[in-house]
Design a protein around this ligand. Structure first.
Ligand SMILES: Nc1ncnc2c1ncn2[C@@H]1O[C@H](COP(=O)(O)OP(=O)(O)O)[C@@H](O)[C@H]1O
Ligand SMILES: [Mg+2]
Length: 371
């Protein structure tokens, strides 16, 4: 077990003018399960590969425990990495596949046997040890790949999109298995994915990256509820957060968010920063699909009376446990989550109301959150 410290890491590939990883600075605690998430090409694999010693570090220092590892060769870093493409040796049994790396290291036979059995127990593949990979399902094969990583008893586990090749149902199952594995081993894990659902369900702490740069580091709940900028707000959560452009106006002592088609009253507790810095200025309001409510009789309270949006139902999408309405009005679109049992006709007019206590405001220039 060990902590991992990335100290202002830069990576510039030869011939590339842009940094693929840009001033990455983060400490991963001993025994932590950290998830790195971001769109394809944001530098996730590059970062893991630098930590694993498979790629040179252009600038900065990486520590595993108290040891600076910049110049330590990959095999001496005491790290195991599981990739998306878990190539098993097809002619070797599961047992031999798991034992292979240990044999290369000339470990004593008895010790190898003990470790393989222990890993097989943890992964519940004891009864498959004599089978060939071709006799196993994709999920079982991925467990063998995990077994190969476990037996090395590394200080740090690295996983680079290990579930991307599995079908949706198996992915959910393996997510849970990896979580269980982590709880049993209690080893520091750094898990990379481009899938925000995986990040949200697995990580105790999530790092959101874009273009080689850390955007936000926080718990899944905080990332979802308090995104620091528009990128995080739209990347995390499905469907993505709705954004509406408008400006802040003061009318008769009240503070409103105003667009071409409607004005929305901003609740008192949320006004201070907006009134201080944004009166008359352009601003972007973000609202999640579940925070758009029907404007109905029982919502005729003060705060909703001044927060009406007239829209038309463009598309209704039924997802089983949820349904989404794609609402349309000449110059804006909104996605709203509704109870799947409610009936809506496409083309029907609908008055809705964002929950103004839960909307987010962003600066259109910096895209950073204001409040
Ligand atoms: N060997 C390489 N040579 C040059 N550029 C690379 C190389 N590997 C990755 N890159 C670039 O670095 C950036 C980050 O890539 P990568 O770390 O693979 O992203 P991710 O794993 O998040 O999809 C991308 O722009 C990619 O094109
Ligand atoms: Mg990658």
């Amino acid at each position: 077990m060990a902590r991992v410290l990335f100290q202002h890491i830069n990576k510039q590939y030869p011939g590339e003018h842009r940094l693929s990883v840009n001033d990455f600075h983060l400490e991963v605690a001993d025994g932590e399960f950290l998830v790195l998430v971001g769109p394809s090409g944001c530098g996730k694999s590059t970062l893991l590969r630098m930590l694993a010693g498979l790629e040179d570090i252009s600038e900065g220092e990486i520590y595993i425990g108290d040891r600076m590892v910049n110049y330590v060769s990959s095999k001496d870093r005491n790290i195991s990495m599981v990739f998306q493409n878990y190539a098993l040796y097809p002619h070797m049994s599961v047992y031999e596949n798991i034992a292979f790396g240990l044999r290369l290291r000339k470990m004593a036979k008895a010790e190898i046997h003990e470790r393989v059995i222990r890993a097989a127990k943890v992964l519940e593949i004891e009864s498959y040890l004599n089978k060939l990979p071709s006799q196993m399902s994709g999920g079982q094969r991925q467990r063998v790949a995990l077994g190969r990583a476990i037996v090395r008893e590394p200080e740090v586990f690295l996983m680079d999109e290990p579930l991307s090749n599995l079908d949706a149902k198996l992915r959910v199952q393996m997510r849970e298995e990896i979580g269980k594995l982590y709880r049993r081993l209690n080893t520091t894990m750094i898990y990379v994915t481009h899938d925000q659902v995986e990040a949200m369900t697995m990580g105790t702490r999530i790092v959101v990256m874009k273009g080689g740069i850390i955007q936000q580091v926080a718990s899944p709940k905080e990332i979802y509820n308090k995104p620091v900028n528009m990128f995080v707000a739209s990347f995390i959560g499905s469907p993505p957060m709705n954004f509406v452009s408008g400006k802040i106006v003061i009318t008769q002592g009240q503070c409103y968010f105003e667009t071409k088609r409607y004005v929305l009253l901003i609740p008192e507790g949320r006004r201070r920063l907006l009134q201080e810095r944004y009166i008359g200025k352009k601003i972007i309001m973000g609202v999640r699909a579940e925070n758009i409510l029907y404007q109905s009789e029982d919502l005729e309270q003060e705060k909703h009376k001044h927060a009406k949006i007239e829209t038309m139902v463009n598309i209704r999408e039924h997802m089983g446990s949820d349904a989404y309405l794609y609402l349309h009005n000449k110059d804006h679109r909104l996605v709203m989550r509704v109870d799947p049992w409610t009936e809506h006709e496409e083309g029907q007019m609908l008055t809705v109301s964002p929950d103004m206590e839960r909307v987010h405001f962003f600066d259109p220039e910096t895209e950073a959150v204001i409040c």
